[in-house]
Design a protein around this ligand. Structure first.
Ligand code: NI
Length: 172
């Protein structure tokens, strides 16, 4: 297990257009594994390669409650998006302690490659669709703060966290 350092807002890596992955080798497998380890340790739902300083088109996402639903997307592209939208909270591991209200499509279809270079399609809805849009934006140097409707206040974030904790307890 290797945890990489997550770069923060202000680092140039977050504002670059990433290059496609062209070699599906051990180096890519190691990068994806390290990105997943880093995302889980930071308790995030997604992480893009530029967030660990690697300017390549690769992201990892896990929106599952049990943290056992890892998705790896290499050279991903959104090929369809719903007209229906969702408006809600979004944060980023590169902007710790902050959150904003962002509108995203309710559903997206993504075409991507896996770590071996095989193409596949993913249908994403709700939180997963939001995570896909957020992580793919990272590959083009775009951050959620560029498109958010407004920043949430620390008080709002605190209240929202409490609500989420209560919901988790009720489910348990
Ligand atoms: Ni992010």
């Amino acid at each position: 297990m290797a945890i990489r350092k997550i770069v923060k807002l202000g680092d140039d890596a977050l504002r670059k257009i990433c290059k496609p992955v062209d070699k599906f080798n051990l180096r890519l497998a190691t990068l994806l594994k390290d990105m997943a380890d880093t995302m889980y340790q930071a308790e995030g739902v997604g992480l893009a390669a530029p967030q660990v300083g690697i300017l390549r088109r690769a992201v990892v996402i896990d929106c599952s409650e049990k943290r056992d639903g890892l998705i790896e997307l290499v050279n991903p592209e959104i090929i369809a998006r719903s007209e229906e939208t969702q408006c809600g909270r979004e944060g980023c591991l590169s902007l710790p302690g902050r959150a904003g209200i962002v509108t995203r499509p309710m559903r997206v279809t993504v075409r991507a490659q896996d770590r071996h270079g095989e193409f596949f399609e993913l249908q994403a809805e709700g939180l997963l669709a939001r995570a896909v849009c957020h992580e793919l934006d990272h590959l083009d140097g775009v951050l959620y703060i560029d498109s958010m409707e407004r920043e949430m206040t620390p008080e709002e974030i605190e209240a929202d966290n409490r609500r989420a904790e209560q919901q988790a307890e009720e489910r348990a």
